[in-house]
Design a protein around this ligand. Structure first.
Ligand SMILES: Cc1cc2nc3c(=O)[nH]c(=O)nc-3n(C[C@H](O)[C@H](O)[C@H](O)COP(=O)(O)O)c2cc1C
Length: 170
C-alpha cells in the first residue's frame, strides 16, 4: 500500500526480512530484525548450493559476478506485494553484492517499496553493493541501512589449519 510504504520502516508497515548468508554472520542480524519487528523472514538461497569449499566458492562467485550471471533461486517470496518494507541482508562478495541478490531483485517486483539494506563485510567495506541493489530495484526507495565488519571465513579457516598442524594428541 502506498501510504504505508511512504512511511518507510514505521512500526505499522508490514516488513519482510530477506537475506543471504553463507557463514552465518548476516543470518544472526536477520534473525534479530525478524524477532524485533515481528517480520517474516525469508532466506535467499541458490537452487544449486555453493560448494562447501571456501576457495571454490570464491572462484565461482567471481565468475558469476564477472558475467553478470543471476543464479536461479531455490524459492521465491509469495505475494511480495503485500510487504511495505524489505530488510535486505547480504555479505559482501568480491567488493559487491552476491550474485543471488541480483537474482532476488530481478525475481521480485519491489516498485514503490522501501528497501533497508543490512550488510556484513570482512573489512573492505561496501564496494559497489548499494549501487547494484539500486540498479536492480529502480522503482524502490532505498534508505540508509546497517553495516558491520564481521568474521572472515578465510581467516578462521587458516587459523584452524595452522592449529591442526600443531595439535598434540598425546
Ligand atoms: C566468496 C566470498 C567473497 C568475499 N569477498 C569479500 C570482499 O570483497 N570484501 C570483504 O570485506 N569481505 C569479503 N568476504 C567476507 C564476507 O563478506 C564476510 O565474512 C561476511 O560477514 C560473511 O557473511 P555471512 O557469514 O553472512 O556469509 C567474502 C566472503 C566470501 C565467502
Amino acid at each position: 500500500g502506498g501510504s504505508a510504504g511512504a512511511q518507510g520502516a514505521s512500526p505499522n508497515a508490514r516488513a519482510l526480512v530477506a537475506y543471504f548468508s553463507r557463514s552465518g554472520n548476516t543470518r544472526v542480524i536477520a534473525g534479530q530484525i525478524g524477532r524485533a519487528r515481528s517480520a517474516d523472514v525469508f532466506e535467499i538461497e541458490p537452487a544449486e548450493p555453493y560448494p562447501a569449499d571456501y576457495d571454490e566458492t570464491v572462484r565461482q562467485a567471481k565468475r558469476e559476478t564477472e558475467t553478470d550471471y543471476e543464479p536461479p533461486l531455490r524459492g521465491s517470496v509469495r505475494d511480495i506485494g503485500s510487504y511495505d518494507v524489505v530488510f535486505l541482508g547480504f555479505p559482501i562478495w568480491g567488493m559487491t553484492a552476491p550474485p543471488v541478490i541480483r537474482s532476488f531483485l530481478s525475481a521480485h517486483d519491489l516498485s514503490g517499496r522501501t528497501i533497508v539494506p543490512f550488510v556484513t563485510h570482512g573489512g573492505y567495506g561496501l564496494g559497489r553493493s548499494l549501487s547494484v541493489v539500486a540498479e536492480h530495484a529502480r522503482q524502490a526507495r532505498i534508505v540508509e541501512g546497517f553495516t558491520k565488519q564481521s568474521e572472515q571465513e578465510r581467516e578462521t579457516l587458516s587459523q584452524v589449519t595452522r592449529w591442526l598442524g600443531e595439535v598434540r594428541l598425546e
